[in-house]
Design a protein around this ligand. Structure first.
Ligand code: CP
Length: 317
């Protein structure tokens, strides 16, 4: 088995099936620390650097919370405008991360440019964790989602997934790659202009993923054990920052998960995931139904990052 120690977490494409399960086992083992709101000391001699070139609530703070829960330290930036990468110098990824590797023992990076974390990993000796790169991938989010399902159901195999949203999203790419390692059929529902690219479909087929596409959630929600939703009304992820100006469009019914839809069409024990932030695709009324799991999913976001940090920093094997 490959060791996680010193490894970059850039994509789920190269994750092996047993490696998913190892992350889940370590997360389960560390979970009591977060659940009891304690801070342990497993990473007391380590420092995490956060390099966020795009806004984030969950990914940055969950990594920071994970590090603090394990007794480690955190430094970094959440706004590249306050660094030399965001001013007159437009300092390159290489020059920036060459500095950051001296400030800590692992770097979690979010960037608007697809492939930026991979470029960073090329230049430094400490592990790079991809916290979302443009439209590229978001591996730690999907590890969180898979862990949430694994904890609920005790397995990933044999469960049918429904993925709704913009298929250009980095989470959808990581989900597709992740599910190729399991016996988990998935149906994708997306607006035509946001549908799976031919290139991505070829890749998923190459890895033997059992997938299909549908036009409306209503047609397929009844089959799903896991419903994973992302917005179709959202910013341009290739920009460092995309402000909202004026009114935004409403999510069409085809891509919306309402309480009525869940009550009339969904399996009674289906699990509804959303990585958040959301627009109107999952109305707040759904939060208190039995299907919603996005709050436990957010808690698991800390636990899974604890596992990833413990593994890549060599505190657990
Ligand atoms: N789920 C997620 O990536 O959220 P943030 O953009 O807040 O990090």
């Amino acid at each position: 088995m490959r060791s996680f120690s010193g490894r970059d977490i850039l994509t789920l494409k190269d994750f092996e099936r047993h490696e998913f399960l190892r992350v889940f086992e370590v997360a389960e083992q560390l979970e009591p620390i977060a659940r009891s709101r304690r801070n342990g000391d497993l990473l007391r001699e380590k420092t995490l650097v956060t390099a966020f070139y795009q806004p984030s609530t969950r990914t940055r703070l969950a990594h920071e919370a994970a590090m603090l829960r394990l007794g480690g330290r955190v430094t970094g930036f959440s706004d590249a405008q306050m660094t030399r990468a965001g001013d007159f110098y437009q300092e390159s990824i290489k020059d920036t991360v060459k500095m950051l590797e001296f400030y800590g023992d692992a770097i979690v990076m979010r960037h608007f440019q697809e492939g930026a974390p991979r470029e960073a990993a090329h230049w430094v000796s400490v592990p790079i964790i991809n916290g979302g790169d443009g439209w590229g991938e978001h591996p730690t989010q999907i590890l969180t989602d898979l862990y949430t399902v694994w904890r609920e159901r005790g397995r990933i195999d044999g469960l049918k997934w429904l993925a709704v949203g913009d298929m250009r999203m980095r989470t959808m790419h990581s989900l597709g790659y992740g599910l190729t390692k399991f016996d988990s059929p998935v149906t994708f529902v997306a607006p035509p202009e946001m549908s799976l690219t031919d290139e991505f479909k070829d890749e998923l087929a190459h890895y033997s993923l059992d997938f299909s596409e549908a036009e409306h959630v209503e047609q397929v929600i009844g089959e799903a054990d896991v419903i994973l939703v992302e917005p179709v009304v959202q910013p341009d992820y290739t920009k460092s920052r995309d402000e909202r100006h004026g009114q935004v469009a409403h999510t069409p019914d085809n891509y919306k998960i309402t309480q009525e839809l869940l009550e009339t069409k969904a399996k009674s024990d289906a699990i509804l995931l959303h990585s958040l932030p959301r627009m109107d695709e999952v109305p707040p009324g759904v939060d208190v139904t039995r299907w919603s799991r996005y709050w436990p999913e957010a808690f698991n976001g800390v636990v899974v990052r604890m596992a990833i940090l413990a593994l890549v920093l060599g505190a657990m094997e």
